[in-house]
Design a protein around this ligand. Structure first.
Ligand SMILES: [Mg+2]
Length: 387
């Protein structure tokens, strides 16, 4: 893996110019009432296969890993970059630099309170907010000596939905190869384009009896939804994700309740305020931690959605197991899961998640329960030396 960018480093008090800070070296050391040491590192994550959706193809996924050290404990968080949402490594690093001095004096009594305290600044970059929030929840659960799911009162045998395994757009025979590389997986998510993917799904259906979900990534037109839903239902498709552009709530309201298949918002449901916009327009929402700003708002979104009759998925943005782990702890709350990001990578950044035919075991280690691999730890170690 290559690290194409200069990384963060600052030792001592508040940072000066963010640009200078981030270009200089690789750490922020904060000496407050309870010192927190925050580090960031970027990684380029090669994908197992080129990943194509209606908007384009990805072969390498850049990601930012955030490490927070507090009272001898270490918490980890992650946010990937995303051109659709305008998020770069630099924008995330700038956002974290802007709040670093304030975080120095924040007691870690409740990660949700820190989230609220810093939201004024971090709302400009929800992805960075997510990485920090996940790292703080990781430490917080470690402080209590339990896995995060246990801290929230879940039981190990609580029902958990299986995650789908996502098949990017490709030639049908290649898509079948990708499905067969995960034999016995109970649900596959099929990326489709503007044509609705009927012929494609028909081909894939010949290769498996598994449940299909279809994700259009905003590529359909309003008149296409109902007829496509009818045909896809006949092919064993379970739901349709984001058929129209993100702002097309009115057009979605016109088809809600008429569609043969449930309609799920993804690009239309980015942050907490979007849940209410989706109530009358969709049947379900796909919450992604990086879009909304982390575990803290995601839990509120799940509650709000369920109170209003929306089903809930937690999805991902091709994170490694460091980012995926945060979503795994939410599984007992969910109707659907799309937490396959780490499985799409050629090489993962952490150990600790185990999948059994689509169902992820709840981690047993305290906190998020992941253990970054040596490559990650060495990269952070090298950065520490710079500080
Ligand atoms: Mg989607």
């Amino acid at each position: 893996m290559q690290n194409p960018l200069p990384m963060v480093s600052h030792t001592g008090g508040p940072p000066g110019s963010p640009a200078g800070l981030w270009a200089a070296d690789s750490q922020i050391h904060l000496d407050g009432f309870r010192a927190m040491i925050i580090s960031c590192q970027s990684f380029d994550l090669p994908l197992r296969d080129p990943f194509t959706i209606a908007r384009g193809t990805t072969t390498i996924q850049p990601t930012l890993i955030v490490r927070v050290e507090h009272e001898g404990l270490v918490g980890w968080g992650e946010a990937t970059t995303n051109p659709y949402y305008g998020v770069t490594l630099q924008s995330m690093q700038r956002a974290l630099a802007s709040i670093a001095p304030r975080l120095a004096s924040a007691p870690l009594d409740n990660p949700a309170e820190i989230w609220a305290e810093l939201d004024g600044e971090l709302s400009q970059c929800r992805f960075a907010q997510c990485a920090l929030d996940c790292a703080l929840w990781d430490i917080y659960a470690q402080m209590h000596g339990v896995p995060l799911w246990k801290l929230w009162g879940f039981d190990a045998d609580d029902p958990r939905p299986p995650t789908c395994y996502t098949i990017g757009l490709d030639r049908p025979e290649r898509m079948i190869d990708k499905m067969q590389a995960r034999p016995g997986w109970p649900v596959y998510k099929i990326k489709v384009g503007a044509d609705g993917g009927i012929d494609l799904v028909r081909r894939l259906r010949q290769a498996t009896d598994a449940v299909f979900r279809v994700d259009a990534n905003c590529s359909w037109s309003p008149p296409a939804i109902l007829p496509l839903a009818e045909q896809l239902a006949e092919l064993g498709v379970e739901l349709i994700e984001q058929p129209l552009e993100a702002d097309q709530y009115e057009a979605m309201r016109a088809v809600k309740g008429k569609s043969r298949l449930p309609l799920m918002a993804d690009e239309s449901c980015q942050v907490e305020a979007d849940v209410d916009r989706c109530i009358e327009a969709f049947d379900a929402i796909n919450i992604k931690l990086v879009k909304c700003g982390g575990i803290t708002p995601a839990r509120r979104m799940i509650t709000r959605a369920k109170q209003n009759g929306l089903q809930v998925m937690v999805g991902c943005m091709t994170e490694s197991s460091i980012g995926i782990a945060a979503g795994v702890h939410l599984l007992p709350l969910l109707d659907y899961a799309d937490l396959d990001g780490a499985l799409l990578l050629a090489e993962d950044l952490a150990d600790g998640l185990v999948w059994d035919r689509g169902v992820c075991r709840l981690p047993q280690r305290p906190g998020l329960g992941i253990q970054p691999r040596n490559e990650v730890l060495e990269r952070f170690s090298a950065c520490s030396a710079l500080g």
